[in-house]
Write a protein of this length. Structure first.
Length: 135
């Protein structure tokens, strides 16, 4: 995807959480905060973006710490859009799930995972620690 298309997509996503009556709940594993998928500058910008997003009233951002006492392991990346659709990122494709029983599985997984996460100041500390590790 071109840089221009990436920026356009990012701006569109940003408008969703900054306008209207949307609520966005985000969970990330602490490990992904340390993945070096780009330059140090790019990673620093991404982590700063997470910190800024946390301050938005429509955003709930949780980080599942390395130390979380878990009853389920990590799962593939997925997004749930209301009660209508889930998008699942696989290696070979983006899968759109619309079957109610499958949507319920993703909703249940999200509910379980969010209980392992930390929020607010604790999440901010984990993100800041990852940013500090960039050097």
């Amino acid at each position: 995807m071109s840089s221009q298309r990436c920026n356009s997509a990012r701006l569109a996503r940003s408008r969703v959480v900054r306008t209207g009556h949307h609520c966005v709940a985000i969970l990330v594993e602490e490990s992904v905060l340390y993945y070096r998928l780009g330059t140090i500058e790019t990673m620093a910008e991404q982590l700063e973006h997470l910190l800024a997003a946390m301050a938005l009233p429509a955003v709930s951002l949780g980080v599942i710490p390395f130390t979380a006492q878990r009853t389920m392991g990590p799962v593939e990346t997925f997004n749930i859009f209301d009660d209508a659709e889930a998008g699942v990122e696989l290696l070979s494709a983006q899968v759109t799930v619309t079957t109610l029983s499958e949507l319920a599985l993703y909703a249940s997984a999200f509910d379980r995972l969010k209980d392992f996460a930390v929020y607010g100041a604790q999440a901010r500390t984990l993100i800041t620690r990852a940013a500090d590790s960039l050097g």
